[in-house]
Every structure is written in C-alpha cells, then in structure tokens.
Design a protein around this ligand. Structure first.
Ligand SMILES: *Cc1c(COP(=O)(O)O)cnc(C)c1O
Length: 388
C-alpha cells in the first residue's frame, strides 16, 4: 500500500462498524522516521519509544513499522509493555526506562530480554544477586532533570562499582533533558556539558559504554551535539512536535486520527438546554447530532463547548457538556448530516483538518497527555501500510 494513500479509505470504502475509534497511519510513522533519520549520521542509532501503547497508537504496530523504517532499538516504560512486544515476536533490543525493584521483576526482564535502567548500586546489586546470567543494563545519570538517575558528579564512581559486579554488563550510559523543547537553550546546554564531560572523563580512562545517549525528540530536532550514539524518539515519530517553534525543522505527518459516528439527529427550538448542566442553550432552531464518543474514550470533559468536529468535510461546533459516552454537535449548517455519518475529532476530512494543537491550547496541556489518555476502549485501526 502506498504511504501516500492517507486515511480516506476508512470512510469511503471500509467503514468500521465501531461507535468510535482511532485510525493510525503507519505510512506517516514511516515517513516521520525516515525524515528524522535524515538529520542523523548514518551510524547514529534510532530508538523508537513505544511506551504507553506507542503514545496511544498501538505499540506493536508502531514498533514493527519503526524497525522496518530503520530503528534499531525500542523503549518502553513498564515490563508489561516489553512483554507485549516480545509476545508479538519482536526481537529487537528493548530498553526499559525504569529500574527493576523486586525479584519477580528481575526474573521477568531476564526472561523477556528487557534491558533495565539502573540508577544506584543497590539496583545493580539486585540484578547481580539474582544470578541469572549477564544482564545488560543502561546506567542513568541525572544531569539536571532531577527525576531518575545517579547524580552526574557521582556517576563515574557508580559505574566503576557496577563494572566489577558479576552478572551485570553496562550496555548503555544515558541521561534525559528537562527543557529541550524550550526556546531558551541554557538548561539543555548545561545538561549537555555535564554529560559530555562525564563521557570524556570515562573515555580518558578507557571506559566506553557501547551506547551513549541523551537526545529525545526535541533535542534531535534542535541540537545535533546531543546525538551521541543513539537518539530516543517518541513524539516526533508520531508526527507531532514537542513545541510549536520546532515545526520548521522537519515536515512531520500526524499519524493518528480520532473518529466517531453520529448515532442520532434531531431539531430543537430556540432556548433549548443541551446535555448535563445545560451549559449550552440554543439561540435559534438548531439541528443537533449526538456523537458516540465521550470522556470515557479520552475526549476530556474540559473540552466541552470549546472545540470543533468535522462532518462531511465541514467544521461544526461541539455544544453542551461532553458526557462519558456521547457528546453533541450543532449540524444546523450541514443539512445532509445523518445517523451513521463519520465524525472526525482529530485528523482530516476533505479539505478541513483538526490538529491536536487545538486541543492542546484548550486544555493547557501537551500532545503527549492527549494521546496517552485516549482510552483503550477505542479500537485502533491501522492503515497506510501492510504490517509484516
Ligand atoms: C518518553 C521518553 C523519551 C521520548 O521523549 P519524546 O519527547 O517523546 O521524544 C526519551 N527518553 C526518555 C527517558 C523518556 O522517558
């Protein structure tokens, strides 16, 4: 299937039977990965971050697409997420962004070949003491994010202590940036310098962890010095920008669309209160359509009366409070709108498009949160590419 085919087929030829669903264009994900990789040296590895079910896109489909588009690593946040990839037959190395704390976790990550993050000698000792053969680990250094990781001043000492432990092999050394999406580069520069200094000090002592990595999407779009051996790409591979000022660097294509159906249409007189709390009251005779999607699907109630949907390629206003399973739109101006019509909440319909930026602004949040709160009850319908 051509990656330029877009999502039109779902509406035109193969209408899904669902009340509401997410469409994922794997061709867009491939395009984004290829575009991002063009920024890198050929030797720089691409780690596809598929935590939180691939940012809501479906981890397995994204991982397969990423690997076939040139990614060589995957990353997850939980052991369960790693197991899901292995059970789907995915063989690529997988980094776990957190440490293993209890014995069961250690056993599981060995069984499924997940490489844990280590931030302390205790964490490394637990892996070593499990005596389950050599476990590959990535040592995480805190250079200023102040979340996970050994303090950068103490990293060298910890690394030396870990290197003599049996059953533990340091496969990677990494850190995470706190403000790479900001316009002001000061903090990123400071973190980069601390990390680079550590890497250079180690190198002078002949210590060279196989994989040194620092950059997330934002740093990859703005700061080539942070690439080291590998970049960890989440949001950008899904076609979104960590911050709007990064849009000029590379042309990405959003991979996700959110759709639902009109399940009922009726006309009401002026002055009619609509939905819970009557937060909207009609000003004139109004044709209302009930759409089968709500906050139980991840469409935040805080968007009520504040966003547009697309019906038959036209923008219409969402009106009234968004309820758990349904919400309403004003289709007075779209006379043809009827039961069964597909409504686009995010994505394109004809010439019109609704981008996640509209929700971001309304909710005062970031695209990450919107994507990862789309409910598992929404089926993920994959298109745009044959998945092997
Ligand atoms: C989630 C995550 C990433 C990916 O971040 P994006 O901004 O989505 O590219 C990279 N590194 C770590 C440690 C993460 O937790």
């Amino acid at each position: 299937m051509s990656s330029d085919q877009g999502l039109g087929w779902a509406a035109d030829r193969m209408p899904p039977t669902h009340r509401a669903w997410v469409e994922v264009d794997l061709g867009a994900i491939r395009h984004n990965i290829v575009a991002i990789r063009r920024l890198l040296k050929p030797s720089t590895q691409f780690m596809s971050v598929v935590k939180a079910d691939g940012y809501g896109h479906g981890a397995v489909a994204v991982a397969r697409t990423a690997l076939s588009a040139g990614a060589s690593w995957l990353a997850v946040a939980t052991i369960e997420e790693g197991i899901q990839l292995r059970r789907a037959g995915i063989d690529a190395p997988i980094l776990l962004f957190g440490p293993a704390i209890c014995t069961e976790e250690v056993e599981t990550l060995v069984e499924y070949r997940l490489q844990p993050t280590v931030c302390s000698l205790d964490q490394a000792r637990r892996l070593s003491a499990a005596d389950l053969g050599s476990i590959q680990i990535h040592l995480k250094v805190d250079t200023g994010m102040t979340r996970l990781g050994v303090a950068w001043q103490e990293a060298q000492e910890l690394l030396s202590a870990i290197r003599v432990l049996p059953n533990v092999t340091v496969a990677g050394l990494y850190s995470h940036l706190a403000t790479a999406d900001a316009i002001d580069p000061t903090t990123t520069l400071e973190q980069f310098e601390r990390f680079a200094k550590l890497v250079n000090t180690l190198r002078r002592q002949g210590i060279r962890p196989p994989l040194v990595h620092l950059a997330n999407s934002a740093a990859t779009l703005t700061f080539p010095d942070t690439y080291f051996d590998l970049v960890r790409i989440g949001l950008a591979q899904y076609g979104l920008y960590p911050s709007s000022h990064l849009q000029t660097v590379v042309a990405l294509r959003p991979a996700l669309s959110l759709k639902a159906r009109i399940v009922f249409v009726k006309t009401v007189p002026p002055g009619t209160g609509v939905s819970y709390g009557h937060t909207f009251r009609t000003g004139h005779r109004t044709r209302l359509a009930t759409v089968s999607i709500g906050y139980g699907d991840g469409v935040s109630r805080a968007l009520s009366n504040g966003i547009d949907f697309l019906v038959r390629g036209r923008r219409v206003r969402q009106v009234g409070t968004i309820t758990m399973d349904q919400c309403l739109i004003d289709v007075t101006d779209v006379r043809e709108a009827c039961e069964g019509d597909i409504v686009t909440l995010l994505g394109r319909d004809g010439e019109e498009q609704i981008s996640i930026a509209e929700w971001v602004e309304r909710l005062k949040t970031i695209p990450y949160e919107i994507l990862t709160t789309l409910s598992p009850r929404l089926p993920r319908i994959v298109c745009g590419e044959a998945v092997v």
